[in-house]
Design a binder for this molecule. Structure first.
Ligand code: ZN
Length: 171
């Protein structure tokens, strides 16, 4: 297992749609373990493969509080099949340092996905878990929190990021 570097805006890989996983093998297992370790060390409650530079439909989510036991959800080739309700909540993103946005999303969802063995699984989620899963599904389609913000806020943030990158000399 390894903690990987998290890719940040404006890296173009964050804008690309991830491809479906076809091989359920050791490489996939390693990717999932690395994603989980990277997420826990950040710390964050979700991480999509795009965010470590891998364009595969893989994401991990764990919304359990830091002091309670881990409860890792692995999402492979996940698809949102049902959603209901609506809830406004502030979100942040490990790829968007210092950016926060209040966005409305369905409060209860049903997702079909595969587990590490390639078996079909179904997840029904609500509250924070539903929120985190939808955030990761967005990533896998190249969509970011920025897209929910107004044009001015988005532009100002991107300008600030460019300045930060210039200053630090890295992304
Ligand atoms: Zn994110």
């Amino acid at each position: 297992m390894a903690v990987l570097e998290i890719v940040k805006v404006p890296n173009p890989i964050l804008r690309k749609a991830a491809e479906k996983v076809k091989r359920f093998n050791r490489d996939l297992e390693k990717l999932v373990l690395d994603l989980a370790e990277t997420m826990y060390s950040a710390p964050g409650i979700g991480l999509a493969a795009n965010q470590v530079g891998v364009l595969k439909q893989v994401a991990v989510v764990d919304v359990s509080p830091p002091e309670s036991p881990k409860n890792l959800l692995v999402l492979i080739n996940a698809e949102l099949v049902e959603s209901e309700g609506r809830e406004e909540l502030e979100e942040g993103c490990l790829s968007l340092p210092e950016f926060r946005e209040v966005i409305g999303r369905p409060s209860r969802i049903k997702v079909r996905a595969k587990n590490l063995k390639g078996e079909a699984i179904e997840i029904i989620a609500e509250g924070l878990l539903a929120r985190a899963v939808q955030h990761e599904l967005d990533h896998l389609q190249g969509r970011l929190l920025l897209d929910y913000a107004g044009a001015i806020k988005r532009e100002l943030y991107l300008r600030k990021r460019k300045k930060q990158i210039k200053k630090s000399g890295k992304r």
